[in-house]
Every structure is written in C-alpha cells, then in structure tokens.
Design a protein around this ligand. Structure first.
Ligand code: ADP
Length: 480
C-alpha cells in the first residue's frame, strides 16, 4: 500500500514541535509492515543539501506566482517529496513566522501550494507513483481534498489528522480566487468557518476519516472548552473520528545509547542516570539537594500552563525541590522564568531557546518532568520522561491523561503507577501535585519502583502503526 503524507515539518530535517517528530517516525514504523509512505514537505532552506541531490519528478511553470518543482529523495530512512518553490519557501528564519515574529503574510499561498501539489500527486500526476491514500496533517495540508475535487480523475481516500486544533489556518474568503479554489468550496460543509476561509475546517469537512493523536483528545474535541469553534463539526463527524495515541522514536530516545547524555543507563541498570543529573545541575548552576529535580522542556505558552508553574515556583522552592527549565516562546513567560532564576539562585535554572541535545540531557538527568498543560493533544515530553525514568507530573488532559498512571493509593498498591496527574489545571492543584511528588521522592523504594515501571512502559510506535494500518486498509482496501 502506498500512502502520501502531507505536512509542513518532519524531524530531523525541520522541526518546531511534536508534529515533526510524528511525521519523522510514523513512515518508518509503517515500512516495517510493508506500507510505503512518502512525505511531501516544502523545500525550506534547511533541506537545501537534500534538494541538490534529489531527482525532479514533476514541475510547474507557475504555482502561486512562481515556478515549482517536486523532487524525490530518501534521507534518514524517509522517502521525501520536496516541493521546491523558492518564491514561497526559500527564506531564512522560522518556517511559519517572518522576522517581525508574525505569520508570513503569504502563508495562505505557501501552504495552499503544498496542498495543491499534493492533490495533483493524489490524482496521479507522477508517472511512476500514485498513492492509494493521502494522509494530511494539520491545517497546512487541509486543502488537499478541495483541490482534488477540482481535478479530473478519481481521488484516493483521505485521512486528516489534527495535531493541535488551536492552529486552524484562517484567512479572508477573498483569498479563494488567488488560491485557485472554486467558490463552491466556501460552504458550511466545506471551507467556510465563521466567515473565514479555514484550511483545517476544509480538511475536517471533506476528509473521509479524521484522526487525532490521543483517545482523550478525540473526546475533548467534541466539547466547547477544547474544540475551538469546531466542536459542532467534530460531534457531527464523531463516527469518523478516531484517537490514535502517538509514540516516540525509541532509537533516538534511548537512554542506553543516547549520545547527548553523560552515561548510558536502562531499567535494569539505572546507576548511569546519576551522572546526567550531575551534568545537568552543573549546566543550570543548581546545587544538589534532598528534594527532586524537576525539569520543563517546552514551548512557553499559556497552552502549556507555564504561567501556573511560574506562580508555583516559590512553593516548589519551599518544598526543597529544584527546577531546570528549557523553553522559548511567549516573551512575558521567558522574562518571568529568568527573573525566578535570579530570585532563587542555585534552586531554579533557566535556559531560553531551542536546544535538542540539552533536552536529551534534561530527560536523562531530571527526577521528574512537569507538564501543566491546559490542553495537550498528545504530548511527547512525558513519553520521553517515561523512557528515561523521569516521572511525569501532568495535567489530566488529552494525551497526558492517556499515558501517565497517577500514583494514587490504588495504583501504588497495584504496582502500576508511573507518575502524577492533577486536575483542575490551577496553581493550587499544581502545587498539590508538586507536594505529592516530593512525598513520593522521599520514599526511595516507592520512587525507584515507579521509575523502573515507567521505563518499561511501551512508548514506541508499534501499536499506533497497527491502528493506522487498519484504518488505511478499511479505506483503501475495503474488501479486507
Ligand atoms: P508541542 O508539539 O505542542 O510543542 P509536544 O510535547 O508534542 O508539544 O512536542 C514538543 C517537542 O519539542 C518535543 O520533542 C520536545 O522535546 C521539543 N521541545 C520543545 N521545546 C524545546 C526546546 N526549547 N528545546 C528543545 N526541544 C524542545
């Protein structure tokens, strides 16, 4: 079976968040079951080296105002189709934002172009390769079914995955003409969303099936608190909506072989974790202490609930715990955490920016990872935490609720706990979770048991790959 993945990022080539990790990992997991997934991505500057050695498989003289080519290559075990359109993608800086920190003004054209070419490939534009199914990821790929319906030929079935419904790709309806979209798509059961042209809305309305990245988030999407205006559509399509829990790349995230950590360790031989803790304390200028070392590795946004953590810092410090935070994003939060580090030298350490190797060392060297998200479609850092014996302390929402087993009395007695959950998402509940974590940490036998269990928790892609495969088969091969 041949699947075309359409997405705006893919690890390890270009990444701003969890979406990239998923796009980089799922095709590899599917390949083991005989599914060939090719990933279509814009050829951003970060992919220049690959472009140089790739083969042209398609071209257009004019795509949203300039020439475009589609290039095929394989790198890091992933089959890529790179959309090379310099007028849209060849620019330095963030893939979504201009130097002023605001969305590129032509993001509608940039990602409509991606969807438009993916639609052409879906219909059969490539000589030697026609997908049996197109799998679109997030709003950047949402227009694929609309463009396919405008072309002659039989479109293959489509799946639309929501990695985060907060990002919807909303633009003025007047853009339709410029993007080459027929007027008929601007309807309630098409791309219209409260007076806007909605890329995600279009994909959700027109795809054959919808998935999201955890079963709990799939249920939450039907509620006004989480659906961001799309809850009605989600309820309407509930029979086509499926939550498939993300996994992680267990080769890249393996404490037994990770090149970024101080010393290898595993569930059987956990001693090496201490060396990373020492290196981490040094890197963040923290002093050793009796309480647990918490870490945060995150985009700094209100989604992630880090404003609540900022309020809870004095409590965390008073409990004898320490905090190492790596993050970037909201300037107010950045300033707030840097000020907290100044106010609590040796106890709170902050590194602002994006640092992949450091994130590995933090997962290896910390005792617990804090994730107080207000909503979390799946979340990956708690899965890395489980794998590295860094116990997740999480808000009970989305994928966090599905992956961490709270250390309540029953779970501790049954020997199944792997972390701490809290609800509601308030500063008081977060402080209570910090208190419970400190109490558990003070019982070395209990804590070590939880660590060992967490490290054995299955976090790979095997189960998700089976679920995606079953979904693809049900659509592209209904006879089976
Ligand atoms: P989201 O996609 O909402 O940002 P996820 O938990 O799904 O959240 O994925 C975040 C990914 O980005 C993880 O791989 C995490 O390790 C990584 N990450 C987030 N912030 C940083 C940072 N400042 N430095 C390095 N890696 C980061």
């Amino acid at each position: 079976m041949k699947i075309l993945f359409v997405a705006s990022e893919c690890a390890p080539f270009v990444k701003t968040g969890g979406l990239a990790d998923v796009i980089g990992a799922v095709p590899k997991a599917l390949a083991q079951s005989g599914i060939q997934a090719r990933v279509m991505l814009p050829a951003y500057p970060a992919l220049k080296a690959l472009v140089a050695g790739a083969a042209e498989v398609w071209h257009a003289e004019k795509l949203m105002g300039g020439p475009a080519r589609l290039l095929a290559c394989t790198s890091e075990g992933i089959d890529l189709l790179l959309l090379d359109a310099p007028h849209l993608y060849d620019r330095e800086g963030s893939i979504y934002l201009g130097p002023d920190g605001k969305d590129w003004t032509d993001n509608a054209e940039r990602f409509a172009a991606l969807s438009c070419v993916a639609a052409a490939v879906g219909i059969g534009a490539l000589k030697k390769w026609k997908p049996d199914l197109v799998h679109m990821h997030d709003w950047q790929a949402g227009l694929v079914p609309a463009y396919m319906r405008q072309k002659s030929g039989t479109p293959p079935p489509t799946v639309m995955t929501i990695h985060n419904i907060a990002f919807q790709g909303l633009f003025p309806p007047a853009m339709m003409k410029k993007l080459g979209l027929e007027k008929r798509h601007y309807s309630r059961d098409g791309a219209e969303f409260w007076g806007h042209l909605g890329f995600l809305k279009a994909g959700l309305a027109m795809a054959d099936r919808i998935t999201t990245v955890s079963p709990t988030y799939a249920r939450e999407l039907m509620l006004p608190e989480f659906g961001m205006g799309l809850e009605g559509l989600m309820r309407y399509r509930r029979d086509d909506l499926l939550g498939i829990l993300n996994g992680i790349d267990t080769d890249v995230w393996d404490p037994a072989t990770d090149p970024h950590i101080a010393k290898p360790f595993s569930a059987r031989a956990m001693g090496g974790k201490k060396a990373s803790k020492k290196a981490l304390l040094k890197r963040f200028g923290l002093s050793p202490g009796k309480g647990p070392l918490f870490c945060v590795i995150s985009r700094l946004t209100t989604q992630k609930g880090l404003d609540l953590l900022l309020e809870a810092v004095p409590y965390l410090v008073a409990r004898g715990a320490r905090l190492a935070l790596l993050g970037s994003g909201d300037k107010e939060l950045e300033t707030g955490f840097v000020a907290a580090a100044h106010a609590h030298p040796g106890t709170v350490g902050v590194v602002t920016g994006y640092d992949e190797p450091l994130s590995h060392l933090m997962q290896a060297g910390s005792d617990a990872i804090l994730i107080p998200s207000r909503f979390e479609p799946c979340g990956l850092t708690q899965l890395y935490g489980l794998r590295y014996g860094t116990l997740p302390v999480v808000a009970r929402t989305g994928g966090l609720a599905d992956t961490v087993i709270d250390a309540n009395e029953a779970a501790l007695t049954a020997g199944v706990a792997t972390g701490v959950q809290f609800a509601p998402v308030t500063t008081a509940a977060l402080e209570d979770a910090i208190a419970r974590t400190c109490d558990l940490f003070a019982q070395p036998k209990v804590w070590t048991g939880m660590m060992r269990r967490a490290m054995k928790h299955p976090v790979g892609w095997d189960s998700a790959a089976q679920e995606y495969m079953a979904l693809y088969r049900s659509l592209a091969d209904p006879a089976t």
